[in-house]
Design a protein around this ligand. Structure first.
Ligand code: JB3
Length: 215
């Protein structure tokens, strides 16, 4: 079977997702094609040779026209609040597509780690034993998830963040670039950790914390 993936989103994050998919196609045994992407406008320019197929409203017709089988949410931004990534995930599933899991070949993932469908593990990321990663999660470039962490659905662990052992990150959290989360801390649903912050104690649902120690 050929896996034909559409990326939902056509910005900077999509370029990194598409590059990772192209690396997978070259280096894994999966028969994988990146069919194109949808964007807020159907006039977006190609990304790394991959065309814009239309907008999300076109998804149902694109499935048959482009023989699409799978999708990956390729919008990374949390600008504007809300949970656009979660909404786009539901929308693509409802259109009849299956979430695809993107694993860059240069990432290191322990055999006992579990990564749910629709997540993306970027170049150089490290995921250690017994880690559980939910659906539609971004483990971005060179992020590190240490043993026994649990990452909720739709969360984003930004480039270079370091998550130590036993940490729980609830759904839809944003862990900023270079942040450090110390052992066994719990980050509540929808919380944001600013870039470079060091989290030493639990963070409440929806909280925004920064600095060292983060507060
Ligand atoms: O910092 C890093 C490594 N990556 C950042 C990433 C995590 O988030 C990156 O630098 C950006 O800050 C951001 O990437 P993203 O989300 O690609 O943002 P931007 O480059 O601004 O592009 C957003 C794209 O999403 C644009 O092409 C929009 O048209 C598109 N978009 C917005 N809403 C949408 C929708 N596309 C679809 N298909 N559906 C929407 O509802």
């Amino acid at each position: 079977m050929t896996v034909r993936v559409v990326c939902i989103g056509g910005g900077g994050h999509a370029a990194v997702v598409i590059d990772s998919l192209q690396e997978m196609a070259r280096n894994s045994g999966v028969n994988l094609e990146v069919a194109g992407f949808t964007d807020a406008t159907d006039k977006a320019l190609p990304i790394l040779g991959v065309p814009c197929l239309g907008t999300d409203a076109d998804l149902r017709s694109l499935i048959s026209r482009e023989r699409l089988t799978h999708f990956i949410v390729a919008v990374g931004s949390i600008k504007g609040g809300g949970n656009l990534r979660a909404q786009l995930f539901s929308l693509a599933e409802a259109a009849g597509l299956v979430p695809f899991t993107v694993i860059h070949p240069s990432s290191i993932i322990a055999g006992s780690a579990r990564i749910a469908c629709g997540s993306v593990v970027m170049a150089g990321a490290v995921i250690q034993p017994r880690v559980q990663v939910g659906q539609n999660v971004i483990v971005n470039t060179r992020a590190s998830l240490d043993h026994d962490c649990c990452i909720g659905h739709h969360a984003h662990v930004a480039p270079g963040a370091i998550v130590l052992g036993g940490v729980v990150i609830d759904d839809s959290c944003h862990i900023g670039a270079g942040a450090i989360i110390l052992q066994n801390v719990r980050i509540g649903r929808g919380a944001t950790i600013a870039a470079g912050g060091t989290v030493v104690r639990d963070v409440a649902d929806g909280a925004v914390v920064k600095g060292t120690p983060a507060r």
